[in-house]
Design a protein around this ligand. Structure first.
Ligand SMILES: [Zn+2]
Length: 836
């Protein structure tokens, strides 16, 4: 694929000034309306300001891991063994004013027209726009900058938390006679710093505060990427209101959520895992350092199900017309005004706002057929309240009700889970997915220990979902593509997403350019979990993993040949990884490049690095180390060096040889192309019995293909071995290297392996063969693939167009016409570019 790089368009800005002020909790109160494709309501944000951290961070200095000093020194929150992870040293000299907008003066921007839209035109992504000389402008007010785009902001106001009944217990003065800004901020401070054991009370007060009256509108302005809020006279983050309410609505075309219809044709909306994350869903602080908790109430027509990143398995509350809700819904499905239901979710573990996920649709909870499946009554939900929760100070993260501290949670092999899908996929879910969830969860527990999250929802997302799966706290999205064929693809993908609960969610990358920290780990662990879930004997597991390595090696070579060098580097910022500006803003390289979504270099190189390290240590040592690593770093953000330093400390001297953090950076993380050590290993020729077996079958097929049409009857028929799904993929990849395969051979291949009934990975290669050899009889398989397997079909469009065969190009155009309205935006852009 020809990739054009445009840094001004491709880099993703993170504008929030998280160094000055940090969101600790969000309360969302939203209505989802399918008729207008708008989500609207309020969000209340609770803050801690920088100087408050300064008071607390004194105790963290000596507890900082010495090897993380690098991170501490440039004022990033380093993973420290103390209740407060944020080790930034704020000083009054920081100069809060450097973020005021130049030239705006005292202009009232509170919006008399009542509507501030993020502009469509890019108005300068660089944060330098805001960094102006403090001496040269009229306004000395502190400016709160939130990441925000594609939103209509209607009003921003300060919340009078002092008006909440009973809240005076959070203040030192017994009676709230004189309410000042300082007092309100003191209340918020006490609330956000309540000990973990009081999480329930804390959530209740957050809810109470979110409904408290306003006490003054705040000035605000929006541009392409941010929402800026100030209060006249509030010159520092400390003076700025610590609880604010924003009225806003999303836009139908906003890039954080996708409005579409499910496989049964009913409307639905869900977060797509877009590169701009959630900033078109709610104004927030996007930088991962802004770890926060949230709670959300979502109302929509009663026929819909609301799924969300929440640790409670919410059930709907029916709302009576006219009492609780001001608006009645005209239901686009039933064509009359219908009842409304409300769903409430919350989390108590602080996480980056980008991990928040929501999905609303007419989905059905899938239950296993009773005769097929043993009742898992044992897997009862453990809520933090009944959990025997004792914070004994061993965890390295900020205080929250952590499952690692809870004896009954640590031994829970299978967490409670629900599966949702459109009703038309019930059969497919029962045949494959439902039976795989318990063994895969259990396998993950046996390898890594404690599940970081208390429960899990799995949703089969609409056909336009651009990847095979996505993991968020408490919810996994799976593509319908994993439901076809036998259980192999479904199981491996499920294992991959389950692994993200540890790597990507419980342990996040502090710098999003270091994507390998979540994808490399999940790819490496998916094989290990899946082998365990299938209860394979050790030699079988090793064989299958070796086969996977062969496949990924081919893929990596291919990607390295066909992608720009600079996008093949896992740690492109080198020693500047994790650096942010004084205000906390930064830019994610290539973060908006639409092609990046389709690249797997970060998955593959990360995977091969971890495989290389595991082989060097031996599996037992490596996984014992990994459990220790998870125990140390869960609930925190990491950089590559946090992992590598701890790993090398745990490798016995005799096994370390020439391994060092610097060498690994140089060979694996900071260079483009194939890492040298991997090149050497593959050249040495890895032994793989399963791959050898495939080679033998390939020989047979080549013989079959060479035979003349009228062969002698005496000649023996070839007998083909039964192959595993991954072997089939490899076989078809080998056959793709053949210059010519005649239609007879292709037909025989199709029949021998029942190719149209295989999983999507196998069918993808089959479609490539069909296209390459212009096997017209099977074009229907290609058309079906392009419509039903949109997450993988993008590559195939390229191949259809490249052939310069008019019939194939017709297939491409026809399928694109049928799906383009529904297709995910960046996929559609890429395909449109190929087609026109
Ligand atoms: Zn913990």
């Amino acid at each position: 694929m020809d990739i054009k790089l445009d840094p001004s368009r491709d880099d993703l800005p993170l504008m929030a000034n998280t160094s000055h002020i940090l969101v600790k909790h969000y309360v969302l109160d939203l209505d989802v309306d399918f008729e207008s494709q708008i989500i609207e309501g309020t969000i209340v944000l609770f803050f801690e300001s920088g100087d408050r951290f300064e008071k607390q961070s004194g105790s963290t200095k000596d507890t900082c891991r010495s090897e993380s000093n690098e991170a501490c020194s440039f004022r990033m929150p380093a993973p420290c063994h103390s209740p407060v992870t944020d080790t930034r040293t704020f000083s009054s000299k920081t100069g809060y004013n450097d973020f005021a907008i130049c030239g705006k003066g005292e202009k009232d921007t509170s919006g008399k027209d009542g509507n501030h839209d993020n502009q469509e035109q890019a108005s300068g992504i660089s944060s330098s726009k805001y960094r102006c000389d403090t001496g040269n402008h009229g306004s000395e007010d502190f400016l709160l900058v939130l990441d925000c785009c594609d939103l209509s902001v209607l009003k921003v106001e300060e919340v009078d938390v002092a008006a909440v009944p009973g809240i005076d217990k959070f203040t030192r003065s017994p009676k709230l006679t004189v309410v000042s800004e300082e007092l309100r901020n003191q209340i918020v401070h006490e609330l956000v710093t309540l000990p973990a054991g009081r999480w329930r009370e804390q959530l209740d007060y957050y809810a109470g505060c979110s409904q408290a009256p306003g006490c003054g509108e705040l000035l605000f302005d929006t541009d392409t990427w941010s929402l800026q809020i100030r209060k006249t006279g509030a010159q520092t983050a400390t003076d700025f209101p610590h609880a604010i309410r924003i009225w806003y609505s999303t836009k139908p075309q906003g890039r954080s959520v996708t409005w579409t219809s499910d496989q049964s044709g009913r409307p639905c909306v869900y977060t797509m895992g877009s590169p701009i994350n959630n900033r078109a869903l709610f104004p927030c602080q996007e930088p991962p350092v802004a770890m926060s908790t949230w709670q959300a109430t979502v109302r929509t027509a009663a026929s819909f199900v609301v799924l969300m990143s929440g640790e409670n398995a919410a059930k709907p509350t029916q709302l009576r017309e006219g009492i609780t809700i001001p608006v009645l819904y005209f239901c686009s499905v039933s064509k009359h005004i219908c009842r409304c239901a409300s769903w409430h979710y919350y989390v108590t573990m602080p996480m980056p706002a980008s991990t928040f996920t929501i999905a609303v649709g007419s989905w059905t909870e899938m239950k296993p057929e009773p005769c097929l499946f043993k009742d898992l009554a044992a897997e009862r939900a453990l809520s933090p309240s009944e959990a025997d929760f004792r914070y004994v100070g061993i965890c390295g993260h900020t205080e929250y009700p952590c499952r690692f501290q809870n004896p009954s949670a640590t031994t829970q092999e299978i967490i409670p889970h629900r599966v949702f899908a459109p009703v038309c996929l019930q059969g497919a879910c029962q045949e494959t997915l439902l039976q795989l969830v318990p063994p895969c969860l259990s396998a993950a527990h046996s390898i890594l220990g404690t599940h970081p999250f208390a429960r899990l929802d799995i949703l089969i997302v609409p056909a336009n979902f651009p990847s095979l799966g996505m993991a968020s706290p408490h919810i996994i999205f799976l593509s319908q593509s994993v439901l076809t064929g036998a259980s192999h693809l479904c199981g491996t993908r499920l294992c991959h997403e389950i692994a993200h609960a540890w790597f990507g969610l419980a342990i996040g990358a502090r710098d999003w350019t270091e994507e390998w920290l979540s994808e490399g780990f999940a790819t490496h662990l998916e094989d290990v979990f899946w082998a365990e879930a299938q209860q394979l004997a050790p030699h079988e597991a090793q064989e299958q993993q070796e086969l996977k390595a062969c496949l990924r090696w081919c893929r990596l070579q291919d990607e390295v040949r066909n992608s720009p060098e600079e996008m093949q580097v896992l740690r492109p910022n080198k020693e500047k990884t994790g650096h942010v500006s004084d205000s906390g803003s930064s830019v994610i390289k290539h973060g908006l490049n639409p092609e990046k979504v389709f690249m797997q270099v970060h998955y593959l190189k990360g995977y091969f690095l971890l495989r290389f390290l595991a082989q060097r240590l031996g599996d037992d040592t490596y996984f014992a180390f990994l459990r220790k690593f998870v125990y140390t770093f869960h609930g925190q953000l990491i950089l590559s060096q946090d992992f590598l330093q701890m790993l090398l400390e745990n490798i016995p001297e005799e096994k370390r040889l020439k391994l060092s953090v610097e060498n690994i950076f140089r060979d694996w993380l900071e260079s483009s192309g194939i890492p040298q050590p991997l090149q050497r290993e593959r050249q040495a020729g890895a032994e793989c019995g399963l791959a050898r077996q495939v080679s033998a079958e390939v020989e047979k097929w080549i013989r079959v293909n060479r035979r003349p049409r009228k062969r002698k009857r005496r000649e023996a028929e070839e007998v083909f071995e039964k192959l595993l799904p991954d072997q089939l993929v490899l076989l078809l990849e080998h056959l793709l290297e053949q210059k010519t395969l005649n239609p007879r051979t292709l037909q025989s291949l199709e029949r021998t392996y029942h190719l149209p009934q295989q999983d999507a990975e196998v069918r993808h290669r089959w479609c490539e063969l069909i296209v390459k050899h212009k096997y017209t009889k099977a074009y229907k398989d290609v058309e079906r693939f392009l419509q039903e397997d949109q997450a993988m079909g993008v590559y195939l469009y390229g191949e259809l167009m490249l052939s310069e065969d008019s019939r194939q190009q017709q297939v491409a155009h026809r399928c694109f016409e049928l799906t383009k309205e529904q297709m995910e935006r960046s996929s559609a852009e890429v395909v449109a570019e190929m087609l026109f």
